[in-house]
Design a protein around this ligand. Structure first.
Ligand code: CUA
Length: 387
């Protein structure tokens, strides 16, 4: 009985069938390759898509303000040149490797003209090659490391003549303090063009990251610590930025703006910021709004310096505080530099913001105070009078 079964397994119909299946599925003649022309078309489509995607990084700065490819000052330029150095070294390495690969594939392909395919000579290790392909990359990395490490230190070690501006991160807005003039402002960092600014940075709550791509790279704002970042804009202009570390619910709405002014305009701006606001008298158009500010809890978080020292509302910077409102109307953006949105006026955006802050900036610490429309309108009149 056993003998019969063994014979069937080696020579029986089942074994024959198994042999047939095995021979028809030899890998060499399993699937014919696609015709040459179709392969070229596919490759061209792939290359086209890759070129299109890479082109996205180079679109106009107006449409894409957070690009590092449009440096506007020496520190961003330093990063940019480092990038291009590494890019071209990598491109040469890539081209050489690909060229070598193609040459080897063509020269050493299995020709087996007429005969059976034969197995190539098997090699196990070549000390010469191993040393070569360890030493060459090590040398390339050493060449890249020298300017990289020196840049890392250079970009954060402020020069002796730099103008110091403190940057304080809050959930979710940036506060700026000019220590010499003792001026506080928010959302828009005003700097003089053509001069080095040293951003001395810390955080009031969680870790944030200050990033103005046209002026320098990213750097952390850490609670309880101070970090420095050098900034310089060669020309007057507006430079966009963003918090670059996830810091809570409205991280994506924590934007930054740097406004570079000519040195003379900068001095004028700083002098104007030092001036207190005029306390509105009962007959002034802003009086009603000022009353809303006093009576609807705005005073609990927002500093307001008036020409009447006694009437001034001074929230200590170390207490929980919102942006100082003294020169609110001099800033072209507010609410974490996210408002006004494109096509929206300052007033329209302010109306939307004051009506329900958390709906604009989720998690906002400025609550919905349930202001009436009349109160909001009055507040806007008063706020917009504080240039
Ligand atoms: Cu602050 Cu993200």
């Amino acid at each position: 009985m056993e003998g019969v079964r063994r014979a069937e397994l080696t020579d029986g119909p089942r074994a024959q069938r198994a042999k047939l299946v095995a021979t028809s599925q030899r890998p060499y003649d399993a699937v014919p390759m696609a015709p040459f022309r179709r392969r070229v078309t596919r490759l061209a489509a792939l290359a086209g898509t890759a070129a299109l995607l890479s082109a996205c990084a180079f679109i106009e700065v107006d449409e894409n303000p957070l690009t590092t490819f449009e440096p506007a000052g020496p520190f961003a330029e330093e990063i940019d040149s480092l990038f291009w150095l590494v890019f071209w070294i990598a491109t040469v390495v890539f081209a050489l490797v690909m060229l070598g690969l193609v040459v080897i594939l063509v020269l050493f392909r299995d020709r087996h003209r007429g005969g059976e395919p034969k197995e190539p000579r098997q090699l196990h290790g070549s000390p010469k090659l191993e040393v070569l392909w360890t030493v060459i990359p090590a040398l390339i990395l050493a060449v890249i490391a020298v300017p990289t490490v020196s840049s890392i230190f250079d970009l954060t070690e402020c020069g002796p003549d730099a103008i110091e501006i403190e940057v304080i991160g809050h959930q979710w807005w940036f506060e700026y303090h000019y220590p010499e003039a003792d001026v506080y402002t928010a959302n828009v960092m005003v700097i003089p063009a053509g001069q080095e600014v040293c951003a001395v940075m810390t955080s009031d709550d969680v870790i944030h990251n200050f990033w103005i791509p046209a002026l320098n790279g990213k750097r952390y704002l850490v609670p309880g610590q101070t970090t420095n970042l050098r900034l310089q804009a060669d020309e007057p202009g507006e430079y966009w930025g963003h918090c670059a570390e996830f810091c809570g619910l409205s991280h994506s709405l924590m934007r930054a703006r740097v406004q570079a002014l000519s040195p003379a305009d900068y001095e004028g701006w700083l002098a104007a910021q030092q001036e207190p606001s005029i306390l509105p008298a009962e007959a002034d158009p802003g009086y009603e709004g000022y009353q809303v500010y006093l009576n609807r809890r705005c005073v609990q978080c927002h500093t307001m310096r008036f020409d009447d020292a006694e009437a001034s509302v001074l929230i200590p910077p170390e207490a929980f505080n919102g942006p100082e409102l003294t020169h609110f109307a001099s800033r072209n953006v507010f609410a974490g530099a996210t408002l006004p949105e494109e096509g929206e006026t300052h007033e329209e955006a302010l109306k939307r913001w004051l009506a329900d802050p958390p709906s604009v900036k989720p998690g906002s610490f400025m609550p919905d105070l349930g202001l009436t429309e009349a109160e909001i309108d009055a507040l806007i009149v008063w706020l917009e009078s504080n240039e």
